[in-house]
Design a protein around this ligand. Sequence first.
Ligand code: IMP
Length: 451
Amino acid sequence: MPSLVVVGTQWGDEGKGKVVDLLTEFADVVVRYQGGDNAGHTVIAGDDKIVLHLLPSGVLRPNCRCLLGQGMVVRPGRLLEEIDALAARGTSLDPARLTISARAHVVLPLHLAADEAEERRRGERGIGTTRRGIGPCYEDKAARRGVRFADLADPDRLRALVEDATACRAPLLERQGVAVPDPAETCRDLAAAWARLAPFVGDVSRAVHDELERGRHVLFEGAQGTLLDIDQGTYPFVTSSTTVAAGACAGAGVPPGAIDGVLGVCKAYTTRVGNGPFPTEADDETARKLREAGGEFGATTGRPRRCGWFDAAAVRRAVRVNGLASLALTKLDVLQVLGPEIRVCVGYEVDGAVEPEIPLDRLDRARPVYETVKGISEPLRDVRSPDDLPASARRYLALVEKWVGVPVSLLSVGARRAETLVFDNPFRLRRRGASGRHAAVARGPRSAGRG
Ligand code: IMP
């Protein structure tokens, strides 16, 4: 199977960075297709902890080509910072290894200012964005007045675009007391960034096509999570891009048929940053335990994450909308902190019935239905082989597979690469027909109701 999309199944921060980093061992090319530096992927390589916001995790593997698709919104200065930080630790990127789509949109200082102004305007109803200018940049894209990387090559065109965007935004900024960035200064900075980035800019859609034609393994790295998707998430408390697997097609410029499989990354409990509904949010004490044991602080903003019980009904929805073949389950080791019993949301009671999937459009009157099950009673950090998994972890894994209807192909029990158990290589798993120890799951809930 030469192409695999990796997506988050919850509200982001599921541990995609680590999973993608591991899978790049089997990949020749890694493509990011949506979002921008609102994402923050922490990867532990050797003794180094590296946080990436724009570059895909594949940059750490010398033979892996990295592509930033046209569905992304990119702050050039930030990208240069990441390139320089990697160079400082001995990983230098040349145009043969990194291509930025000429059609990717440029996040301007104006967009950061607009993000701040819009959050101030909303006041208590704020989204709790990362303030990285992501929403306003996508707004300008949809309004057809955005700046694309290709526009950076033409100073006159760039100036006209930046001045136009500034004129549209200035009134809101002034009303909210946010300084309006000077268009001339913006253009000067962008010209300096272009002088360095121009050799990296190209046709990513074509590049992915050519790599697939050559039979190379391509991994599409999603950012954020399914419940933050602009269409499939908890709107309006979402990000402004298509985070689900379908976004890989539009954002990287590949047809649906070019995608062979989708892996969902899923944390053994649930977290969210920012505002918006979180039905399985735990009481303060439980949340504190999870936050401390799991290091649940935003990689991008440092904000403490809200923490709660595993929401199998939400993940089940993610399995369906992404067409997941399997799950990478992360941070199972952290559950030990919760003691002998844990709660799991297995459905939602709404309008007198129990729904198996989170009812996104009726959440205001829906109530999570919990099952209390035995927790993780043994430490897992030192487990290196599936055969050595203690009974409590095996039991919990089997339950997760039953609840969400797909097998767990990868299990992470710590932040390091070595702290991962691989049951099945996700590059080999297809939507229907998992093999080996998961055959029973494949024949079970996944095929139910499909005739
Ligand atoms: P924005 O993407 O900065 O506009 O923020 C919109 C919402 O998405 C906020 O709730 C953010 O906290 C959330 N968000 C954006 N990026 C991430 C991420 O990488 N992980 C988790 N939450 C995110």
